[in-house]
Design a binder for this molecule. Structure first.
Ligand SMILES: Nc1ncnc2c1ncn2[C@@H]1O[C@H](COP(=O)(O)OP(=O)(O)OP(=O)(O)O)[C@@H](O)[C@H]1O
Ligand SMILES: [Mg+2]
Length: 243
């Protein structure tokens, strides 16, 4: 039997409150390298809160969050930014592309602070755009792209540095079903190439095609179809074993 892949996300007893709103109420979840999973649940159930905490965009009120083996509570904001930049790509429902900027530059700007020269940044951006099937749209601005194409530009930007973890919050929410299907296929391809992919979706058809489904309700995980270890938090590996 092969050893299970090491966890890239570990949440143990994670809660998040905003004032008197309990958005998450003790979530336990282990995601291992190479997984592709859907997070589903009603509006307001805490899905985005959970994804933002996994993405280190937000800190939990209580509980433990370990990303790629690092306990985020022990990291300064600066260390957290470095971990995020090197480990996590984000895709959102709204594509967040600056108007008037050609696709190639939108993507290349993701490497602005990488210390790489402009020519290299643009070369890597072109490769990423080809990877998402947009080699023929390098110089199109957002208003000249379809919704599905805009989302593919956003995905190219998210995977530019080849992060091991890709977090997508309703990536097909603003798309028609055909463009949505293309985006999901693309996420599946990235997964097959080794990226761990977490997708929040309202679409039950999409969720049911993915290998693992985590259902969130009222700030709790009410069902987990199971990853390699069934998502059992008792199987959290000790930190010294992770590295
Ligand atoms: N910054 C915030 N301040 C106050 N309350 C918040 C904040 N962010 C989220 N909430 C509340 O926390 C709860 C969970 O929100 P969250 O955005 O995680 O839900 P969601 O499952 O992603 O919903 P949707 O499917 O509509 O996107 C909601 O009741 C929401 O109103
Ligand atoms: Mg949400």
């Amino acid at each position: 039997m092969t050893a299970p892949a090491r966890p890239v996300v570990e949440l143990a007893g994670v809660s998040k409150t905003y004032g008197d709103v309990a958005a998450l109420r003790g979530a336990d979840l282990v995601i291992r390298r190479g997984e592709l999973l859907a997070i589903v649940g009603p509006s307001g159930s805490g899905k985005s809160t959970m994804l933002n905490i996994m993405g280190t965009l937000d800190r939990p009120t209580a509980g433990m969050v370990r990303i790629d083996g690092h306990d985020v509570a022990t990291l300064s904001d600066r260390e957290l930014s470095a971990l995020r930049a090197g480990t996590i790509g984000f895709v959102f429902q709204q594509f967040h592309l600056a108007s008037g900027i050609p696709a190639l530059d939108s993507v290349a700007d993701g490497l602005l602070y990488s210390g790489r020269p402009r020519g290299v940044r643009r070369h890597l951006a072109e490769q990423a755009l080809r990877r998402v099937g947009l080699g023929h749209r390098l110089y199109h601005q957002p208003h000249q792209l379809s919704g599905g194409e805009k989302q593919r530009v956003a995905i190219a930007r998210a995977v530019l540095g080849d992060p091991p973890l890709l977090l997508a919050d309703e990536p097909t929410g603003a798309l028609d079903s055909r463009s949505g299907a293309i985006v999901i296929e693309l996420l599946q391809e990235l997964h097959e190439a080794g990226t761990t992919v977490v997708v929040i979706t309202h679409d039950r058809d999409i969720a049911s095609t993915l290998p693992r489904e985590v259902r969130v309700k009222d700030g709790l995980i009410e069902h987990d179809s199971g990853g390699p270890d069934g998502g059992d938090p008792r199987l959290l590996v000790p930190e010294e074993a992770v590295r």
